[in-house]
Design a protein around this ligand. Sequence first.
Ligand code: AMP
Ligand code: GLY
Length: 418
Amino acid sequence: MKILVVGSGAREDAICKSLLKNSDNTVFCAPGNDGMKLSGIKTISIAEDEFEHLTNFAQTNAIDFTIVGPEDPLVNGIVDFFKRKKLKIFGPDKKGAQVEGSKTFTKKLMADANIPTAKYQEITDLETAVEYLSVRASFPIVIKADGLAAGKGVYIVQDLDSGLEVVSELLDGHKFNTRKIVIEEYLDGEEFSLMAFVDHKRFYPMPLAQDYKKIFEDDKGPNTGGMGAVCPVKNLSSEVEQMAIDTVLKPFVHELYQQGIRYTGILYAGLILTKDGLKVIEFNARFGDPETEVVLPRLKTDLSDMIWAMLNHKKIEQIKWQNSGLNLGVFAVSQGYPQNPKSGDLGTIEQFLDCPLVINYAGVKKVDRNLVSNGGRLYLLQTVGTDLKDAQNLIYQALKKMKSENIFYRRDIGKNSI
Ligand code: AMP
Ligand code: GLY
């Protein structure tokens, strides 16, 4: 089949690599990045928001179907646009993508489906926010911009003064274009991710994964787009996994259908195991990044066949996953990331080609015979080991051989999964 993947990060690289396991597939990535080309992925210089160009490309090249990686095009209606042109595309339409695009929409769905999540209050004006924080809130508390904020619209505030500063930035300064905020209860516990393939009423869960979000070891410092991930999560029992499927995924998929939303695509649940039980932190309308980089390598069934079946609303009889070993992915990021990523040389093309592990490329570009940084998260090294120690040894040995001046990485990714 001929497949177009939309996006430019390590997640899209992993999706392309998974599709290329079937040698009959031809895979294009728009816009992709220069690193992906090293592994034979054909990149097309069309940006993810150029829907007209993307559909023209799909028509001219007889693309069988398109897969959308990032949230922005989904929330902005790329699926509706392709469908109007009778092109097959895997992802939720604009209505379904609200599960990620609007926190209040998703909170309402969860309330209707009786799915446990943090208690929250929706607020649109500064005066009410100030009153809420001053009189009713207990700290720490979480303040979220309603809408897409590239993962930056979540603030965990420890006291009233910082809370007042945040609500003023959001509702008075309209940072991230915010018109509405959600103030919610702070949840404490272990976070993990459950993704599923969804086709209307049917859903097929993937194995649990865990993303390491903080920039520094021991989960210190500011949040990032994700510094690495592990799959499976060895310290979470199969009971927890089943509970996540039964009490979150199943009722949410059912509720979407009940409310008239015909969701086809990936659904991502960000979950937390608190002392009061399992709760939802967020839903996303797409594959997680970097979870996808460690989950998809464990898929033994042909990804293109599965997506084709879902696009035609046919039941997938069986999905096979690797059930031994542990997949680990560690991101090399720019020095200074996430606040002030500095750019620099990352090493020769040969250095990357010689790496014995899988590399999923993100913010890199080619200059002469080298790759140089072009963003905060640069590339992710991924491998499978017999256990965490084995996988970490393989990854960190390979990372040691990479040019080190302009990269930074955490040395404890996967630490909980023992
Ligand atoms: P989100 O963009 O909603 O995924 O939030 C980003 C990160 O903020 C999450 O992965 C959590 O680590 C943290 N977070 C969000 N909501 C809460 C909450 N209610 N309690 C504690 N941490 C939270
Ligand atoms: N890993 C978190 C996300 O993809 O949103």
